[in-house]
Design a protein around this ligand. Structure first.
Ligand code: ADP
Length: 393
């Protein structure tokens, strides 16, 4: 099935057209700076070179129109597109699994939007635009939070007053669920009966871990929002929650300033003082920059601590999978995390760790108690497979 996958943000819209059977990607790109001066679309079609279309994108509707023009250029008129999959960041309490778009399901995306205002409103708008512009194509909602929906109550409940959490729907929702689901699937396909208890490590500019036992998740590191858990590119991850009150009361920051600080000005960027990009930080550390080295040491420390936490929720683990930008590419960061976990039986083979490939691969030593893999994630494919499953029913 030819599926268009759309990942809309407040000022961007990423897209990919792929065939679920051959897994071939026919077109992909990103509409950037929607609603802002200097908007453009970076894309490529049919394995061609990357192109840049500088074009006014006053709103998401204009962006969607341009995306369909690009698809037509790739040889895909609307009648050749068999479904559209929409990534939705927050499914709240309505999406234990992916669902076909109807008035009701679209309403749910908006209803839970206060939990992820920067994403859900734009996503809902784009779903509506696609329905209006291309009524013959089916649309599917794939929520990032779905995979985490059925973790045990002791894992998702917050120890806050019940009336408050009930009224405001406060709980651990998690994020990156589509990626963790794909990582499990890919690891299982690769290892067969050798994997039961997997710690899935999605380490990109956003980063989270997931404890998955025989396909069912038991816990994850992100919480009510994607700010919780690991130290990320620009996000602080878990800190004492009273820090927020302290910053407001004693620091004189507004709540919006604290929100921006914790989401956009913290994490590896704040620690290194150089960049949120792990490549720049590794380079800085190699040149002797002490702050960059501390950023990396803290990343290893926190990541390994939370890997142990995920393992605890499964009472053990047999496999660990590194994925996303850092997990798939950084030989140094993988080794740094693994070294912290040596006491738990994690041991990498330095040569295998250096291998570059787009395929899943084992990087642990033969005598490692825990099998360690690099498993490239593919959220778009996972979304497209859901679209196929739901629309071909
Ligand atoms: P997101 O999709 O959340 O924006 P990615 O999964 O693309 O993030 O990951 C981005 C992170 O991956 C950045 O910190 C970047 O430095 C890191 N990364 C990407 N490629 C490499 C590489 N070749 N070596 C080291 N780190 C890399």
């Amino acid at each position: 099935m030819n599926v268009l996958v759309i990942n809309a943000g407040s000022s961007s819209l990423k897209f990919q057209l792929l065939d679920t059977t051959t897994r071939k990607v026919y077109a992909k790109g990103n509409c950037e700076r929607i609603g802002i001066d200097g908007s453009f679309i970076g894309y490529n079609v049919n394995d061609g070179d990357k192109q840049k279309l500088e074009v006014a994108l006053p709103d998401h509707k204009t962006a969607v129109k341009h995306v369909f023009d690009i698809l037509a250029e790739a040889g895909f008129d609307t009648d050749k597109i068999e479904g559209i999959g929409h990534r939705v960041v927050q499914g709240g309490w309505y999406f234990p699994e992916s669902k076909v778009v109807t008035d009701e399901t679209l309403g749910w995306v908006r209803e839970v939007a206060p939990l992820a205002p920067l994403h859900n409103y734009a996503e809902a708008d784009v779903i509506e635009i696609c329905r209006e512009m291309f009524p013959s194509i089916g649309n599917v909602i794939v929520a990032d939070s779905s995979f985490h929906y059925n973790i045990p109550e002791k894992a998702w409940r917050y120890a806050l007053p019940r009336d408050v959490v009930d009224k405001l729907h406060i709980r651990k929702y998690g994020a990156h669920g589509t990626s963790h689901r794909y990582i499990w699937r890919s690891t299982k396909a690769f290892l067969g009966d050798d994997v039961h208890k997997l710690v899935s490590c999605h380490l990109g500019s956003g980063a989270s871990l997931s404890a998955i036992e025989d396909g069912h998740e038991l816990d994850t590191t992100m919480g009510l929002t994607p700010l919780d858990g690991l130290i990320m590119g620009t996000r602080c991850g878990t800190i004492d929650p009273a820090t927020v009150c302290y910053l407001v009361r004693e620091g004189g920051y507004t709540i919006d300033e604290v929100d921006t600080m914790m989401n956009k000005q913290s994490g590896l960027l704040a620690l290194s003082g150089v960049s949120s990009d792990s490549r720049d930080i590794e380079e800085g550390a190699n040149k002797g920059d002490a702050n960059c080295q501390m950023a990396m040491d803290m990343f290893y420390y926190r990541t390994s601590q939370l890997v142990a936490e995920m393992a605890q929720s499964m009472h053990g683990f047999d496999t660990m999978a590194f994925s996303a930008g850092i997990g798939e590419n950084s030989v140094t960061m993988r080794m740094g995390v693994a070294k912290e976990l040596e006491w738990l039986g994690v041991k990498l083979d330095p040569e295998k760790n250096k291998v570059r490939s787009d395929e899943p691969r084992v990087i642990s030593a033969d005598d490692s108690k825990i099998k360690v893999l690099v498993v490239p994630t593919n959220e778009e494919l996972m979304i497209a497979l859901d679209v196929e499953a739901l629309l071909s029913k």
